[in-house]
Structures are given as structure tokens and as C-alpha cells.
Design a protein around this ligand. Structure first.
Ligand SMILES: O=C(O)CCC(=O)C(=O)O
Length: 287
């Protein structure tokens, strides 16, 4: 359970880190399952419905960038996503009625792990209110060198930063981010970070010789309903399920206006979108 001070830190700073949330046995069980799922996949030949590979490796390279939706596909993660201990912590932040939204594992392999650029999670999936938390579990010791999470504290209550260029969603902040405000959150394996879905965050590429595998789960209050923004809403809602309490019969509204992500093309992930944005592909074509 979270302490009152931890809950307060979350609401004031936009995140709270809790060391030792996972036991060494839980971390080991997760890593075993991830190894079993990843084995045999290569850049040239992998299960595209279950994972994404690091692009900068030879065709027979085996470095996985992301495992999709572990809490829907694999029992050990699914059970964890509905576990009392975790839901008690989420309830302390969001209230008694909780919807599991999505999950993923970012592998950030040693030497090649892709960067994640500054963004706010709600820019991808606007909700009727901001009661949504992204929860990151370090499965390796995470340091600045292997790309631990960085956040900008106390920015979650302001308006959404711009994530668009020429009207098209870029999946990353498109205004200048004051790097001096960034706070890295290193932690040992088993550390969890509860991060408000409006908190700007990023992580650098992993140039170290140690992996930085991170399990990420998102939950929202049951009365935070998705705002329909097109096909991507179906995609981000595909695995949503009530995990505690009751379905909401009333949607709660918070912001009078909220930016809608307009996608230029279908994307496979945040990495794909941010990469295309860096290459300048996600802007209006010239006529
Ligand atoms: O893996 C990370 O460092 C950040 C993850 C993240 O922000 C994301 O996948 O949306």
C-alpha cells in the first residue's frame, strides 16, 4: 500500500517512485517469461503481433525493442495486473473503480536500446478526465547510463504541451523542453514509478552494456472515458477491462478542451511514430 506521503508526492510532483515494490522472485519470474516469449525471434523473422524488434541490428539479430500487451497475452503478467497489492496502490491514487487500460514491456537492450522522446501519455489517448496513471516497473537496475526514466515534475496540472506539427500528431513534444527541469529516476530492479498520465517524460538511448527492461501498465478511473479520435481509439481500447469496483454510468469531465491527436498514417508504436517524426515524415505533404 502507498503511504499518505507517497500519495501526496504523486499528486504534487506528478510521480512517485517506490523501491522494492517487486520481490526478486517476481522480477525473476517476469524475466523468465519474457525470455520464453522472445526466444527464436529475429529482426527478419518475428511475430509482429506480439513484439517489435530494435531496427539497428542485422537481419538475424535477436534484440527485441518492445513486447506488446503482456498483461493480455501471458498469464503471469495478467494475474499481476489484477493483483490486490497493485490495485490497492492504484486505488489510493485514482479511487475505487478502476479500468486496466494497456500494458507493454520496453526492453531497451544494452548498446542499442532506442530512446523515448519527451511526451505526455494523454496526448496519445485523450480521456474525459485526467485520472490515469502509467506505472513503470524496473526489471533491471536502471541508471542514467542505461536510460532510466526522466520526468518533468509538477507539469501534470497545466495544459497539454504541443505534440503536433502542421496539425499532425508527432507523438513527442514539439515545443522546446527545458532540459534543466528534467529529473532522472534511477532505481534498482523491483522499483516501481507511478506516473501521472500528464507528466512529461522521456528516456535516452541505452549506450551502456546493461539492459534496462521495464514493464509498463496503465490504469484509469472507471469514469474517465476515452474520447473517440478515430481508429487509434479502437487500438488503445482493445484490452481495456474493469479490474476493480463498478462500471461507471456517468462520465466525469475535466478540461473544457483537449487536443486531439490526428495521425497522418497508421503507426505500429510510439517508437515508429517518433522516428518518423524525427525524419520529418509526419508533416503535411507539400503541394
Ligand atoms: O521506456 C521508457 O523509458 C519510457 C516509456 C514510455 O514513455 C512509453 O513507452 O510510452
Amino acid at each position: 500500500m502507498l503511504t499518505t506521503a507517497q500519495v501526496e508526492h504523486y499528486h504534487t510532483e506528478g510521480y512517485v517512485a517506490v523501491p522494492g515494490f517487486l520481490s526478486a522472485e517476481e522480477v525473476a519470474a517476469f524475466l523468465r517469461e519474457m525470455d520464453a516469449v522472445s526466444v527464436g525471434n529475429t529482426l527478419a523473422n518475428h511475430d509482429v503481433t506480439r513484439m517489435e524488434m530494435e531496427p539497428n541490428q542485422p537481419p538475424d539479430g535477436t534484440q527485441v525493442r518492445r513486447l506488446y500487451e503482456p498483461c493480455s497475452h501471458y498469464e503471469v503478467f495478467r494475474e499481476f495486473s489484477a493483483s490486490e497489492r497493485l490495485l490497492d496502490a492504484v486505488e489510493a491514487l485514482l479511487g475505487p473503480d478502476l479500468v486496466f487500460h494497456y500494458s507493454k514491456i520496453n526492453m531497451k537492450p544494452a548498446g542499442v536500446g532506442s530512446p523515448v522522446e519527451w511526451h505526455q501519455d494523454l496526448s496519445y489517448y485523450p480521456l474525459t478526465h485526467r485520472g490515469s496513471v502509467s506505472i513503470l516497473f524496473y526489471l533491471d537496475d536502471a541508471s542514467v547510463e542505461n536510460g532510466c526514466l526522466q520526468v518533468i515534475p509538477r507539469r501534470h496540472q497545466a495544459d497539454l504541451l504541443s505534440h503536433s506539427t502542421d496539425g499532425f500528431f508527432q507523438g513527442r513534444v514539439t515545443e522546446v523542453v527545458d532540459q534543466s527541469l528534467a529529473v532522472p529516476i534511477p532505481g534498482e530492479a523491483g522499483t516501481v514509478i507511478f506516473m501521472h498520465a500528464m507528466t512529461p517524460h522521456a528516456s535516452i538511448a541505452n549506450v551502456s552494456d546493461k539492459p534496462r527492461r521495464t514493464l509498463i501498465l496503465s490504469y484509469r478511473a472507471a469514469d474517465a472515458f476515452p474520447i473517440y479520435t478515430g481508429e487509434m481509439t479502437y487500438k488503445t481500447e482493445a484490452n481495456a477491462r474493469l479490474v476493480r469496483g463498478r462500471f461507471a454510468h456517468t462520465a466525469r469531465f475535466e478540461d473544457r478542451t483537449f487536443p486531439i491527436p490526428l495521425y497522418k498514417d497508421a503507426i505500429s508504436s510510439l517508437y515508429d511514430l517518433q522516428e518518423r517524426s524525427r525524419q520529418g515524415e509526419m508533416v503535411a505533404e507539400s503541394v
